[in-house]
Design a protein around this ligand. Structure first.
Ligand code: F6P
Length: 323
């Protein structure tokens, strides 16, 4: 491998820039040429590609978003689109690809690597933390901290008015942001998709006597068809428990922005450097993760299986501490 291409794809996540910087600098340090591919797989299909030197990634470690831009690319889901992408790669002299993104992006990399003999390395970049084989994903910690800031503010008004708030957080079909966000912000409960079929989480919360020692309450609800979202629970409370004064806040895309935390910057830097080590070792078609503080290589098929477990222990902690 002489030249690597790097792209960010899918939903952006704070720390993607730190990862771009790490991959670029580690590659140059190891004598490789680097090309930045714009707008995810789209730039590969349309040939929006530019050589990256060390200066191209100066002063970006602290920035949210991604300087390479990102997109969810339809063309790349077709064989013709992928052929075009491959042709452009060859034209540019790119012989390995580093893809930073979530499960959709890594699925694209897996298919591409299977069709064409191209080494692809994935880095977990998503606020959802839903990739298996890494303790956390790039952007997750920053999003959690953003949630804390928001919930702290909501708490002020919730307490003054003695209200019950449902705060909806992102995560697609994963409850990591909701559950850990709830623990860290001192919320009274979290409603998460992982347990949506087991119990009626609202009923459980109300039955547990959530207002024993307090007059306001905050429940974090993970967005997902499986939970139904915060609005759904607010409606239910209005109908089933009209004695409570209910409000809803949907945090939305503000969770995707902001300067990455130290945790995300260090994670992105380690993963980016490890991606180049992996390429130099001849690894291909793996996601780089960090588990128990060690760099690990996770086959794409495993990383994107969508079965990253959420600890029941966390649910118990939340329950015990919210009395
Ligand atoms: O995967 C990241 C994420 O922010 C999810 O939490 C959310 O469901 C989705 O992306 C939103 O996507 P979009 O930015 O396309 O609206």
């Amino acid at each position: 491998v002489k030249c690597i291409g790097i792209l960010t794809s899918g939903g952006d996540a704070p720390g993607m820039n730190a990862a771009i910087r790490a991959v670029t600098r580690a590659a140059i340090y190891n004598g490789l040429q680097v090309k930045g591919i714009y707008r995810g797989y789209k730039g590969l299909v349309t040939g929006e590609i530019k050589e990256f030197k060390s200066q191209n990634v100066s002063n970006i470690i602290q920035l949210g978003g991604t300087i390479l831009k990102t997109a969810r690319c339809k063309e790349f889901t077709t064989p013709e689109g992928r052929q075009q992408a491959y042709d452009n790669m060859k034209k540019e002299g790119i012989d390995a690809l580093v893809v930073i993104g979530g499960d959709g992006s890594l699925t694209g990399a897996r298919i591409f690597a299977q069709e064409f003999d191209v080494p692809c390395i994935g880095l977990p970049g998503t606020i959802d933390n839903d990739l298996y084989g890494t303790d956390t994903t790039i952007g997750y910690d920053t999003a959690l901290n953003t949630i804390l800031d928001a919930v702290d503010k909501i708490r002020d008004t919730a307490t003054s008015h003695e209200r019950l708030f449902f705060v909806e957080v992102m995560g697609r079909d994963a409850g990591f942001l909701a559950l850990n966000g709830a623990i860290a912000s001192g919320a009274e409960a979290a409603i998460i998709p992982e347990f949506s079929t087991e119990v009626d989480q609202l009923e459980e919360f109300i039955k547990n006597g959530f207002r024993k020692s307090k007059n306001s309450s905050i429940v974090l609800v993970a967005e997902s068809e499986l939970t139904g979202g915060a609005m759904h629970y607010a409606e239910r409370v209005k109908n089933e428990y009209p004695q409570y004064d209910v409000r809803v806040t949907i945090l939305g895309h503000l969770q995707r922005g902001g300067s990455p935390t130290a945790h995300d910057r260090i994670l992105a830097s380690r993963l980016g450097a490890a991606a180049i080590d992996a390429i130099m070792e001849g690894q291909r078609n793996v996601m780089i993760g960090i588990e128990h503080d060690e760099v690990v290589y996770v086959p794409f098929t495993k990383a994107i299986k969508n079965d990253k477990p959420i600890k029941k222990e966390l649910v118990n902690v939340l329950r015990a501490l919210s009395i």
